[in-house]
Design a protein. Sequence first.
Length: 253
Amino acid sequence: MNVTQDKTTALVTGAGSGIGRGIAIRLAQSGYQVAVADIHFEKVQETANLIKKNGGVAHPIKADVSKPSDIEAMVNNAVSEFGGLDILVNNAGVSSAGFIEMITDSEMDRVFSVNMYGVMRTTRAATPFLKKSKRGRIINLSSVEGIRGSGLLPIYCATKAGVIGFTRSNAIELARFGITVNAICPGPIQTDMLAPLIADEKKLNQFMKGVPMHRLGQPEDVAAAANFFASEEASFITGNVLVVDGGMTVKSL
């Protein structure tokens, strides 16, 4: 263990790039010591180095959240390094697209194993340590597609809707331990996952017609929401689903 136990510790999954990296950096800027985990170790090392370069505390961990053994090792690694765990950010996720009759069982299993079972198993592994914390927080990354649905994304939408239900259930179960559980639903955030949908100017212009703010969000926009849920100011907020989408969901509804 390399740091003092009186500092607040966070574990962020999928922190090698995009929203996960943005959240990890923002939490570190707020003074949290952050365990950053990702299946791509070189990317999560980059995240840790960016945090350390700016005076923060970070510990990189290689982990595949589709594997139960990796999840257990990841949580134990973070706790061993920092002496405890106060904040869990379930961010790791994958996408999938296609007509439902064309989607194979293996593809369904791939998406559910990360987006749904990964969130459930990581929460299960982290909860005993969060109960020991004086300010336990769980922040789950869902999606606007988990609220509104979207054509050609049936499996992705199903998993993200499941994350919302899981969030609300755990908010009730864990409140007696002082643990808050909230979800964030990002909309069009400029990440590698969104890149194929805006690959050229025509696609981008068509896509932007559905965004009242007329711009793409940045990982920092989602990171600000996560930072709020992690803060003391949000200590009486639990079971909430915060949409960060530039108005896309409001317009579609």
